[in-house]
Design a protein around this ligand. Structure first.
Ligand code: NAD
Ligand code: WQD
Length: 338
């Protein structure tokens, strides 16, 4: 198939683009490079031994979006492009709503104009908010607690309404849990700009000497060791989930939502222990206050994805840490060095 991938130079998009190329698909990447570099795509092509087309364009630029579809016979879209920093979304809600929600609406209009009605969308477990009912199933009500999460919730609603209004659409809403790790080659991985918001990239930067210590947000949660529990999923498993969803959508129209997680929860201290073992060094940390808005425990019931898509996450937390460390050790400054 010929697939247009928005956000394809980003963390999850680059790993998925590689999986698509390896599976024989043709890929057109559209990204404005706001939070990524074209170096990721160069390395993806090197790993795949095949080219993808790159178009630098912003989803808010409707003419550029139309031009990306024009004459390319796109059959499906995987839509990763978006802003994802929770704290920034609280400070700049309009920026988030316009980039994520308006950007998606522009994309959907361009798809309609070009007769493309198959889309896989990057949603997030963040739509479940601070729900303490675990495991989280696709039927757990959406109740996002910050503007970023609400952009995902609104986009899910928009896509559901679109699918109801026009039954020609095939739509997959994939709710990722906590993506971690990197491709086993160590050539591509997560390269956050500024101070990482997420645990794994922060721990990796401490391990490589870019930061002094990890601040552990709370050790008084009602969990076995008092620290927050999350469902970390290897980014390569996540990428495979997109191919499985795309296959499923090929079988017919409709709107479907799936959790993509492992079904296992790991605490912050368990992550620190696993990363320390992978890196072969101690990782300094210090307990501090809870981070506002954090749930104590979040992990998926991934059984629907297994039943419907035949997909399940295969890689362990130890593998995620080993792969994440290989990427960080080989690329201490991310893609900056080229
Ligand atoms: P990322 O920032 O690495 O990738 C997103 C890409 O989208 C970047 O390359 C960025 O330049 C591009 N982009 C942003 N706005 C754009 C616009 N208006 N036009 C064109 N390109 C634009 O993030 P990621 O971790 O790869 O996340 C991919 C998707 O998955 C996002 O939608 C994110 O919200 C979602 N998600 C991420 C996580 C996570 O923890 N990484 C968890 C759940 C869901
Ligand atoms: C994991 C655990 C923290 C950093 C976020 C978004 C969510 C989704 C994934 C996009 C928690 C603890 C973290 C640190 C710490 N993204 N922690 N010190 O909060 O589960 O989810 O990323 O959709 O929307 O909210 O992930 O990696 O930030 O935190 O102790 O420096 O690590 O408290 O228990 P989270 P995270």
């Amino acid at each position: 198939m010929r697939i247009l991938v928005t956000g394809g130079t980003g963390y999850i998009g680059s790993h998925t683009t590689l999986a698509l190329l390896e599976a024989g698909h043709d890929v057109v990447v559209v990204d404005n490079l706001l939070n990524s570099s074209q170096e990721s795509l160069r390395r993806v092509q090197e790993l795949a031994g095949r080219k993808a087309e790159f178009i630098q364009a912003d989803l808010l630029d409707t003419a550029a979006l139309d031009a990306a579809f024009d004459g390319r016979s796109i059959e499906a879209v995987i839509h990763f492009a978006g802003l994802k920093a929770v704290g920034e979304s609280v400070a700049k809600p309009l920026y988030y709503y316009s980039n994520n929600v308006v950007g998606t609406i522009n994309l959907l209009h361009a798809m309609e104009r070009h007769d493309v009605r198959t889309i896989v969308f990057s949603s997030s477990a963040t739509v479940y908010g601070a729900s303490e009912e675990v495991p989280l199933t696709e039927d757990t009500p959406m109740n996002a607690v910050n503007p970023y999460g609400r952009t995902k919730e609104h986009i899910e609603d928009i896509l559901s309404d679109l699918g109801s209004a026009d039954p020609r659409w095939s739509i997959a809403l994939l709710r990722y849990f906590n993506p971690a790790g990197a491709h086993e080659s160590g050539r591509i991985g997560e390269d956050p700009t500024g101070i990482p918001n997420n645990l794994l990239p922060f721990v990796a930067q401490v391990a490589v000497g870019r930061r002094d210590k990890v601040m552990v947000f709370g050790n008084d949660y009602p969990t076995p060791d008092g620290t927050g529990v999350r469902d970390y999923i290897h980014v390569v498993d996540l990428a495979a989930g997109h191919l499985a969803a795309l296959n499923y959508l090929g079988e017919g129209p409709g709107v479907r939502r799936w959790n993509l997680g492992t079904g296992n929860g790991s605490s912050v201290l368990e992550v620190l222990t696993a990363f320390s073992a992978a890196a072969g060094k101690d990782i300094a940390y210090e307990f501090t206050d809870r981070r506002p808005g954090d749930a104590a425990v979040s992990y998926a019931d991934p059984s629907a994805a297994h039943a419907d898509l035949g997909w399940r996450a295969e890689r362990s937390l130890a593998t995620m840490c080993e792969d994440h460390w290989r990427w960080q050790k080989n690329n201490p400054e991310g893609y900056a060095a080229g």
